[in-house]
Design a protein around this ligand. Structure first.
Ligand code: ADP
Length: 190
């Protein structure tokens, strides 16, 4: 079983690259951002609560996202592998994921860390905001907030996975194809 954690700042290209890895390795895509946006579109109570955090660029509480991942893992018990995209985003989430996966005896295989310069992130997110309609992609101060939240709350996860020897740094600048090839080569060698 291949369990991949796709890691990197907002705008690093996680969603784009997840598509290549899913196709190549037959994985189930679990993106907490996508799951939350589905809840927002359906105007559920969970969606309404999540939206108040997301629109400002803050993290949604751990209990909400961990609960969503837990139920998706239960729904897809026969999967041959997962790619976690945008999750975990805090050390508490990383620990919860380890516990959930260890219950099935299928630990995280590797964490793929996309490395992209800050100026490039901001320009990619503003570009995406023109077509995505995402409120959090349309305002530079919200984007800056997301990057700051990433540095403070999410970066410590790197050490968490490094301590398990699972952290793989991938150069995230270049063409989409080039980056996909780097990722595929790294995963093939896991
Ligand atoms: P990006 O990587 O571009 O920020 P995402 O779709 O992954 O896009 O996330 C959008 C927003 O959804 C985040 O800024 C945050 O508010 C919320 N979110 C997504 N995943 C998580 C998570 N694992 N924990 C907390 N909040 C999350």
């Amino acid at each position: 079983m291949l369990n991949l954690v796709l890691f990197g700042p907002p705008g690093a290209g996680k969603g784009t690259q997840a598509d290549f890895l899913i196709e190549k390795f037959q994985l189930i895509h679990l993106s907490t951002g996508d799951l939350l946006r589905t809840q927002i579109a359906a105007e559920t109570e969970l969606g309404l609560e999540a939206k108040s955090y997301m629109d400002k660029g803050f993290l949604v509480p751990d209990s909400i996202v961990i609960g969503m991942i837990k139920s998706k893992l239960q729904e897809n018990k026969n999967a041959t592998g997962y790619i976690f995209d945008g999750f975990p985003r805090t050390v508490a989430q990383a620990k919860a994921l380890d516990e959930l996966l260890n219950e099935n005896g299928t630990p995280v295989s590797g964490m793929l860390c996309l490395d992209v310069e800050k100026e490039e992130l901001i320009s990619r997110l503003l570009g995406r905001g023109k077509t995505s309609g995402r409120p959090d992609d349309q305002d530079v101060s919200i984007i800056e907030n997301r990057i700051q939240v990433y540095n403070e709350k999410t970066m410590p996860i790197k050490d968490y996975y490094q301590a398990q020897n699972k952290c793989h740094k991938i150069q995230g600048m270049g063409s989409v194809e080039e980056i996909a090839q780097r990722l595929i080569a790294t995963v093939s060698a896991l």
